[in-house]
Design a protein around this ligand. Sequence first.
Ligand code: XMP
Length: 319
Amino acid sequence: DWTMASYRDEAIRLIREQVGDKKVICGLSGGVDSSVAAVLIHEAIGDQLTCVFVDHGLLRLNEAEEVVTMFRDHYNIPLIHADESELFLGELDGVSDPEEKRKTIGRLFIDVFQKYASEIEGAEFLAQGTLYPDVIESVSFSGGPSVTIKSHHNVGGLPEKMGLKLVEPLRELFKDEVRALGHELGLPASFIGRHPFPGPGLAIRCPGEITREKLEILRKADAVYIDQIRKHGLYDEIWQAFVAILPVRTVGVMGDGRTYDYACALRAVTSVDGMTADYYPFSHDFLGETATRIINEVRGINRVTYDVTSKPPGTIEWE
Ligand code: XMP
């Protein structure tokens, strides 16, 4: 793509001009935006960039390993894997209110990020994968409700607190342009096309109290669901798809016995920007087959429901 090739060259020139020979820290979330920002900045300044990946223990199956492998081994980008799942899950113990979950995660995220970043000597810049819509939203939401998109990545005040200047090379881009830039930078198509994933991760897909047991069940069910969607060639038609584990156990039959396990809800929506969304019209065959697979393959779930709520009035996530 000609436009993106020249955008990339210009962005690289600007990053070099802004940063000079100084060091940059970039918070990696595993999402497309921060990944594209990291790879772009690495192209511009090489080892002057160090990435910090805060692992809050609320990621999907194998996700942390995939991020570390891709950035550290494949791209050779210096990466600190801050495995702080014990800390996050400990602090979230007993927390069931969605806003309190977000606040707890946001507060810890900033603490942890700061702790690891302070170990990188001589860093003067903080890189963020802020997109144009994020710029607009943080303006239009200011003074509004505290739930903002990317609220936990909105490390508001963090750069000042740490005495760091911001590098935001994606500030002028929309999501589809970031994907085109990622493609231009050689990121794998399967990675670029990934559905958005919220900063608070599985915490908001586990309504009510978060337990390690529920998280483990949720990870397995979600992996089966996404596998089904990919096998049926539907992944790219869907904006976001995931499983939420419900805080309720239901009775089922298995062989001669009864089971008393968790119910889960499948969610899949189409959307242009996440602000409005329609539920995805899966075939009944697909839904039935997926329910059977989840119940057979995931111990701890014995009932599967499909969420047919659109946004508005629903939200995409369950919390
Ligand atoms: P909702 O659930 O509000 O979600 O319809 C709209 C989009 O935003 C994502 N989302 C979040 N992302 N921190 C994030 O980084 C959050 O607290 C958060 N809450 C929702 C959601 O996955 C969807 O893409």
